[in-house]
Design a binder for this molecule. Structure first.
Ligand SMILES: *Cc1c(COP(=O)(O)O)cnc(C)c1O
Length: 374
């Protein structure tokens, strides 16, 4: 078997090549390269798709988080509770926005933030004379976090909630798509995400019109939409490229079919492997978009399995080998006590090839070799 791709973007492109090429050429011929009609059209379509009032596209998932924190007016004395077992940008954005991240632990089955962890985070904030201002929940590997519980704790404590759904756009929590499950939801169009562009991009979703107005201003240096050269707040350059919007408009048309294929791949893996491996746990009320299909295996056996599969040209990946609080740049930030689950998960997780175009024979080949190896 030739090298199997971990994520296959080429097959997807070949499928939509004609319409995407045409759409990109239209942008080139229009001379409109930043924002513009296609970006506005994409924002409208995404609002419809996620059943949310406002979508503000931007330049990346990281910018989406930073802009959200800026719109919420985080202050230096504000603590923001963030799970440690996630991609670095979830915590990095808090530091960039000038607030204090407090890293907390996650659930060992869903890998998402828990009620207990948030409560410990709030305690830690108070012990350090910080104002517990908000929570960033992450929909890790494509599964929504527990928003009913998270929103209730936030409300009790006068905090806001940002849903970092960089990996979870298109997923469902209690029959609702991600986008309106928190005060603000952010996502990423990084090519390897379930809803990826052909370059960088991102989006912010909110039902709050006031926050939406602010976010549009922050996206363009904090301008006043009535008086363009009078900047009324600090902003950034967070605009989306028109070419990426053209790509995303076409990709949205095949997105639901892709989610379905991802589910089929995940079901096949789980049915075949559940008796011999610790396969992913999805809550009954959740539908994941399977940004990753991630198993857990004893730390001392992970390298061996990885090596054996690699010999058969089957790629695997460890997301994430170091929780944020253990990374060099983040060692001096606060944690809510010991984050033992984050630390042990980092040693146990292994993600298998996952994308909508994984063919049955390749899937069988991967499963056969996993069974042989364990
Ligand atoms: C990818 C990712 C981001 C950042 O998105 P970019 O578009 O790469 O800036 C933020 N949070 C999580 C959980 C991610 O997976």
């Amino acid at each position: 078997m030739d090298n199997i791709p971990f994520i296959d973007l080429k097959t997807q492109y070949n499928k939509i090549k004609e319409i995407v090429d045409k759409s990109i050429i239209e942008v080139l011929e229009s001379g409109q390269f930043i924002l513009g009609n296609k970006v506005t059209e994409l924002e409208e379509k995404l609002s419809q798709y996620a059943s949310v009032k406002n979508t503000i596209t931007c330049a990346s998932g990281t910018d989406a988080l930073v802009m959200a924190l800026m719109a919420l007016e985080t202050k230096p004395n504000d603590a923001v509770i963030v799970p440690s077992f996630t991609f670095v940008a979830s915590g990095e954005s808090v530091v960039l926005a000038g607030a204090q991240p407090i890293f907390v632990d996650v659930d060992e089955k869903t890998f998402n933030i828990t009620e207990d962890a948030i409560k410990k985070g709030i305690e830690t904030a108070k012990q350090n004379n910080l104002n517990p201002a908000g929570i960033i929940a992450v929909d890790l590997f494509g599964q929504p976090a527990e928003y009913d519980i998270i929103n209730a704790i936030a409300k009790e404590n006068g905090m806001w909630v940002i849903a970092d759904s960089a990996q979870g756009f298109g997923a469902t929590y209690k029959n609702k798509k991600t986008g309106s499950l928190a005060d603000i939801t952010t996502t990423s169009f990084y090519p390897a995400k379930p809803f990826g562009a052909y370059g960088d991009g991102g989006a912010i979703f909110t039902d709050n019109d006031n926050l939406a107005e602010k976010l549009k201003s922050i996206r363009v240096h904090g301008y006043d939409h009535q008086d363009k050269y009078n900047n009324i707040r600090i902003g950034i350059n967070g605009r989306m490229d028109t070419i990426q919007a053209a790509v995303m408009l076409e990709k949205l048309k095949i997105f639901d079919a892709e989610i379905k294929s991802r589910q089929t791949v995940a079901d096949t893996y789980s049915n075949e492997l559940k008796d011999i491996l610790d396969t992913p746990y999805i809550e009954e009320h959740n539908q994941s978009v399977w940004a990753q299909y991630t198993i857990k295996i004893d730390a001392d056996k992970r390298e061996e399995l990885k090596a054996k599969l690699s010999e058969k040209n089957i790629p695997t990946a460890c997301f994430y080998p170091k929780p944020i609080h253990m990374q060099t740049a983040y060692k001096n930030f606060l944690t809510a006590g010991e984050l033992s689950l984050s630390e042990s998960l980092a040693k146990q997780v292994l993600s298998l090839p996952m994308h909508p175009y994984l063919e049955q024979d390749i899937l069988e080949y991967i499963i056969t070799h996993i069974k042989e190896a364990v």
